[in-house]
Design a protein. Structure first.
Ligand code: ADP
Ligand code: ZN
Ligand code: MG
Length: 483
């Protein structure tokens, strides 16, 4: 029996996003990913005695921007707090974070699942610093003889975004996460490189009997770093909880971890073992006072966000599905917009971007950012087709040629002699030959088999290597067959 025959799931997610600043949150060290171990470090981010943090203004800019993009209130007064715990990846033995007065609160974003729109509440978003990374000599911490610590990531600015427990299905959770990550990417808050750990999710989930209004006891699975892991983790965890409840058991409120290889969640620590973080105000940083002028400046420079972009594309005549696909990656949406400036038939452009071009890029593991076919070249190609200079079919050859050679479509068409044959005299000659060579099909057509004309058109296209103007061929052929 599936869990959702009897129960309803409730889910809220805490998302950590690494912010796209050049330098760390409290020092001037580089935030660049990778780099030789312990080279992006200084006395401040190593937590050496006697140092003082200085808040990076760009972190605040990005946090305000993220808050606005998520429809949050931006606090006029917020502050930093120390979250105390002892672990080798945290050299200060406390994480500088925000506790009771976060910079952003009370926001929302809108998701759409199977055509149904729903707002998911954002409880809060706060700034904090990332910790370092343990580097194990073996595969995992338990199978290693020794572990080292790389502090390059220590002090990289994070935004933690906490959702309300508003999600009621796995699809809603995925829709929320995808929308959130898109917003973060479009607004330029983060590079959102999931494979580099730029975005990590803590998933809180519980079950309750259908129709019940109270929440059940939840578990929190920490540090998921892909949409796919979240989906698998939720599916596992929901069945696990349902089995316990079915047997009359109780869910233990605990923190769990997702084992990607085993495909299951494992207990890390229960509520009784939970840390007491002994939060207290950070004495080394002034409270943060944000005047409204600062917020207004950031609001007025806000780029177009995914929801607005989807709406604009739909208003240009794209179906909701196409608009969703094109905006799903910012690089793809940027490419589309750049091509649209030179070729204004949005639906035709969308077909080529989502079809032939996506196919070529995928086959070569290339991204839209690095596409060898530039937006201007694609627009040029589509203009040639629209003007009837080449057929759509030849266009498919041309785009491959652009991809391979980088040459402009006009050049390729000229060099390869691909110009569409729209000369009636030339076409009539070929049509006559095809008619003469295929008496059976001609007879079939004339006996009322409409399909037979397709074969004849195919033969004419073949004889012209696809260069005949298909509209004209159809017209001339029908004329001749009716004679
Ligand atoms: P904590 O203070 O323990 O971190 P929070 O109240 O901040 O807990 O909630 C953390 C996350 O858990 C939030 O995203 C919230 O929406 C979610 N959450 C809270 N209660 C439940 C529940 N019963 N079931 C599922 N998710 C929940
Ligand atoms: Zn530093
Ligand atoms: Mg919390």
């Amino acid at each position: 029996m599936a869990y959702d025959d009897k129960y309803e799931m409730v889910c809220g997610v805490e998302t950590h996003v690494e912010m796209a600043t050049k330098t760390k949150i409290f020092c001037g060290c580089s935030t660049e990913f990778g780099g030789e171990q312990n080279t992006h470090v200084c006395p401040v981010c190593l937590g050496l005695p006697g140092v003082l943090p200085v808040l990076n203004r760009e972190v605040v800019n990005l946090a305000i921007k993220a808050g606005l993009a998520l429809n949050c209130e931006i606090a006029e007064f917020s502050k930093f707090d120390r979250k105390n715990y002892y672990y080798p990846d945290l050299p200060k033995n406390y994480q500088t974070s925000q506790y009771d007065l976060p910079i952003c609160k009370n926001g929302w974003l809108e998701i759409s699942v199977n055509g149904e729109k729903k707002k998911i509440g954002i409880t809060r978003a706060h700034m904090e610093e990332d910790a370092g990374k343990l580097v194990h000599s073996g595969e995992t911490i338990t199978t290693s003889n020794s572990s080292g610590v790389d502090y390059n990531r220590t002090g990289v600015p994070l935004l933690e975004i906490v959702s309300e427990p508003d999600m009621r299905s796995v699809d809603e959770v995925l829709a929320y996460l995808e929308e959130l990550v898109q917003i973060m990417e479009y607004a330029g808050i983060s590079d959102c490189k999931m494979e580099q750990g730029s975005v990590r999710f803590d998933v809180n989930v519980s079950l309750r009997l259908k129709g019940s209004s109270e929440f059940g006891t939840r578990t929190e699975t920490k540090n998921l770093n892909s949409f796919n892991s979240v989906r698998r983790c939720l599916e596992y965890e929901l069945e696990r909880q349902a089995d316990i409840l079915d047997e009359g058991g109780a869910i233990v409120q605990e923190t769990r971890t997702w084992d990607e290889g085993k495909g299951m969640t494992l207990s890390l620590r229960s509520k009784e073992e939970a840390h007491d973080y002994r939060y207290f105000p950070e004495p080394d940083l002034m409270p943060l006072v944000i005047d409204r002028k600062w917020v207004d400046e950031i609001r007025s420079a806000m780029p177009e966000l995914p929801a607005a972009k989807r709406q604009r594309l739909q208003s240009l005549g794209l179906p909701e599905y196409d608009a969703g696909v094109i905006t799903s990656f910012k690089a793809m949406a940027d490419y589309f917009d750049a091509a649209l400036e030179k070729f204004d038939d949005a639906k035709t452009l969308a077909n080529w971007v989502m079809g032939d071009l996506s196919g070529l890029l995928k086959a070569n593991s290339c991204s839209f950012e690095d596409s060898p076919v530039s937006p201007v070249q694609l627009a040029g190609l589509l203009t040639l087709i629209k003007k009837g200079e080449i057929s759509g079919k030849i266009g498919k050859t041309v785009i491959e040629e652009i991809y391979k050679t980088g040459k402009d479509p006009e050049t390729i068409v000229k060099e390869k002699g691909l110009v569409q044959i729209s000369d009636e005299g030339a076409l009539e000659k070929i049509i006559d030959e095809v008619i003469a060579a295929n008496p059976k099909s001609v007879g079939d057509y004339q006996a009322g088999k409409e399909n037979a004309i397709g074969f004849l058109v195919g033969q004419i296209m073949k004889a012209t290597k696809g260069q005949a103007n298909p509209g004209l061929v159809n017209k001339l052929l029908r004329g001749k067959l009716a004679e």
